[in-house]
Ligand binder design. Structure first.
Ligand code: MN
Length: 197
């Protein structure tokens, strides 16, 4: 989903969400990978968002932005669950640290908490450049498989696009591994939730 949409939907005089001014794609004009920062792992965050409807937002760092999906019922670690994940506009990388209140009258008004965060990589490699390439291909073909190393979400997950006709609709599915369990993890609170924002 276009990154430009992020800026268009928001009034930065009113919301404290980060502006989308600096996008580093990690590639030069010639398509060569260039080092843009001294980190070696991709990051992810899951926001718990008390908007008009409570939902969770899964955001995966890729190519200098956060690829984002709204997960209405929240992520699951039960492999039997298939959770609808609706792709939304790319968010700036800085958004991974955002927690706060989006004021009334603004897009997505309501409280936003960091429910989970950590690093992630493609299934077969934890190399950042290789992961990025594999994940980019997965995104294109509508089937991404990755390993999350978060506080709540760990192990292998898949995001699978339902059909080309409705490219926004994906399913988030936990793969069966040592981190899978038949429990409802979405009832867990975000660390900051008890505190008043
Ligand atoms: Mn949201």
């Amino acid at each position: 989903m276009p990154f430009e949409d992020y800026q268009k939907k928001r009034n930065f005089d009113s919301t404290s969400e980060p502006k989308a001014e600096s996008v580093s794609t990690g590639e030069s004009n010639l398509g060569e990978a260039i080092p843009i920062k001294s980190k070696d792992m991709l990051e992810f965050v899951v926001h718990k968002h008390f908007a008009s409807h409570l939902h969770f937002d899964l955001r995966l760092e890729l190519d200098g932005v956060l690829k984002s999906w709204a997960v209405p019922k929240g992520p699951s670690i039960n492999p039997k669950d298939k959770k609808l994940a609706v792709m939304v506009e790319d968010h700036p990388l800085e958004y991974k640290d955002f927690e706060g209140i989006i004021p009334e009258g603004n897009y997505g008004a309501g409280k936003v908490y960091i429910w989970d965060y950590g690093t992630y990589h493609a299934l077969d490699t934890d190399d950042m450049q290789q992961s990025s390439r594999i994940l980019r291909e997965g995104l294109e073909k509508g089937h991404m498989t990755f390993i999350l190393s978060g506080e709540k979400l760990r192990g292998e997950f898949a995001l699978i696009r339902l059909k080309k006709a409705s490219p926004k609709d994906w399913l988030l599915i936990k793969k069966n591994d040592e981190f899978a369990a038949e429990i409802d993890i979405s009832v867990l609170e975000a660390p900051g939730e008890a505190a008043v924002l």
